[in-house]
Design a protein around this ligand. Sequence first.
Ligand code: NAP
Ligand code: MG
Length: 501
Amino acid sequence: MSIATNESPTAPSSNVVDYLQLIGGEFRAASNGGWIDSVNPTTGQVWARVPAGNTDDIDLAVAAASAAYEDWRSTPAAQRASILRAWARSVREHADELWRLDSTDNGRARVETSPAILGGAGQIEFHAGLAETITGETVDISPTASTYSVREPFGVVGLIIPWNAPLAMFLAKVSAAVAAGNTIVVKPPERASVSVLAAARYLADAGLPPGVVNVVTGEGSAAGEALVIHPEVRKISFTGSTATGRRITEKSTSNLKVLGLELGGKSPHIVFADADLDAAAISVSAGIFTGSAGQACIAGSRILIERSIFEDFVDRLRIIASRMTLGDPLAESTDMGPIAFDTQFEKVREYVKVGSAEGATLAFGGRSGAELFDEASPLSGGYFIEPTLFVTDDNTSRICQEEIFGPVAVALAFDTEEEAVALANDSLYGLAAGVWSSDLGRVHRLIRRIRSGTVWVNTYRRLHWALPFSGQKESGNRPSNGPHALDEWLEHKSVWIEHGA
Ligand code: NAP
Ligand code: MG
């Protein structure tokens, strides 16, 4: 076992490497000495360990964040911005190391992790720019008073993130929180913490004072819950499943924390017969059979197809899927990596059985693990599932209503625009939707009627830091990104100065 230092952690696949938490500027193991194995899902082998942080580590990290708060909050915005820009440069410099760690840890293919990290650097710079735009409002109420509002950071905030895109989320959320003047404690996902811990090493180089950003790894039920109930943490930003979001909401009532929730999805991807079907088929396929093997909150997992083109469109998807390369996520040629860890792998495989048991027709795919690779291949021990499509006419079935979070989609036929809207909205979720049509009037009607935080038209899965992103219904409650991205991390204060006439 080799232990990574602050300076030189590397990730040779043949050795298990230990990564350390960042608390108050120091790299530390868990206070109880516990470790969590991180498995490389491409091979099924343990390749790294991260500390099993718990309540004691969270207490230390919150204390460090609290101690750093007044100085950080009083640091002029231009200086905070300049430190963030230095951080972005450092992320770019180390991008190659970081995407490799990310892809090794959660199996998301390079085709996604590499641009995501460069995008993360861009987003840090965007938030650096916003740091200098924090303003209040002057309100003219009375000639005898000056009345205005200001925005203030919350103080110590907490961030809990999922395993499908841990590093991109860390870069995006942490930069917004600290640009706004908060100090933060981050709890990365237990199954994929390595890239976040590696990235945390570069914060000090950028000039970020100790304690402004702290990272405590560990299980959600231990470190995560300790952060959620900590009385000094004013706000929690959580990205993850709707079920965990519900639990966090219950737990956080003890001190009425402010919660930002970005949750799951079961997004409809709607194709009308008048669409450019060549482009639509490529986009619909890429919307679910992603580099992260469908483990994307915005995966277009319910494919709604106008009945007159249904068979033809399913054939197109089948052909595209048959040409996809499943394999080593570090390879440039890989289109789709494995599922991130064993229990998620089993969960997705179980949904394949559920689909058949519910009477849906398997249009293509369905094989996984050793069925896909030669026994001699190192990949035969990996958590791979091939692109899979079910066809059904029952939108109440589990495969239509539950988030599978894998490369398994379901296709349903519709006859009318009205029916397409009804099917699209018949879900607890409301994260995203895609519409493929050349009829402008129809497109505008659907944009108004679909209940989701994002609607893509004649494209899919396009995100940009300058455009707000949020969920409706049980997919979330607060926008991130966009020109007002720092709002999520700021409280309001109003001032009334009575000075007489
Ligand atoms: P998850 O199981 O809800 O976990 C998310 C995070 O919460 C992890 O760090 C987890 O810790 C932690 N956690 C678990 N139980 C907790 C508790 N009781 N208290 C505090 N923290 C707790 O989600 P996931 O399976 O990792 O991620 C997939 C989900 O995220 C999907 O539903 C996906 O749609 C959603 N997602 C949404 C967005 C969005 O922007 N809307 C983006 C990406 C993903 P451990 O895992 O370490 O135990
Ligand atoms: Mg892993």
